[in-house]
Design a protein around this ligand. Sequence first.
Ligand SMILES: [Zn+2]
Length: 221
Amino acid sequence: MIKVFKNIINNNKDYNSYLVYNENNEAILIDDSMIADEIIDWCTKNNIIITDILITHNHFDHIYELEKFVKKYNSIIHINFNDVEGLFDANINLSAIRNEINNWQLNREYIGNVKSFMFKNEMKINNFDIVICPMGGHTPGTTFYFFKNEKMIFVGDTLFRNGYGYRENIPRVNTESFDKSIEFIYANFDNTVKIYPGHNESGFTLEQAQDNLKAKALFEK
Ligand SMILES: [Zn+2]
């Protein structure tokens, strides 16, 4: 089962996070869209425990207040090695330069709950088979998580319903890796796979995204 959490700020920008849980009420959270309290409340009402958190990348709008989950559930935070430092550094996770959130960073005392990876890998969590795809691009450690049996892929800020994600004017974006990460999606997943991005509409198919993918230009080059 999947529960979509949407955090809408000022009626324009919205932030997504996702909870994938099994029949034993064990859940995996993908990013937290800055609403840790709301997510925890929902889990409490539904008797759900968050055992693990998968981070698509280290920008503050995906990781804000992660300590709340560690305190409540002792959750393990999975993140690409190249994005680990941003958990603990408000300048890297960009909260230092945004108004919404003032200099948030994870306290280093929680490092024991952080589990990093560097390579493409498969993992079983709560009986879900997950392919970890470290891609870079949007951030050095941007990672896609593919749930094999459910045919869902979580792509962070790389691919949205109406085209590619945040590719320009962001510190540490590597546009070459970014473009490769989109090509990777099309090369490895079929049209029925559902896409769950960090912002805007979610749960659309690859085919739907392709209809108006601005990134098409990349393939026509
Ligand atoms: Zn974002």
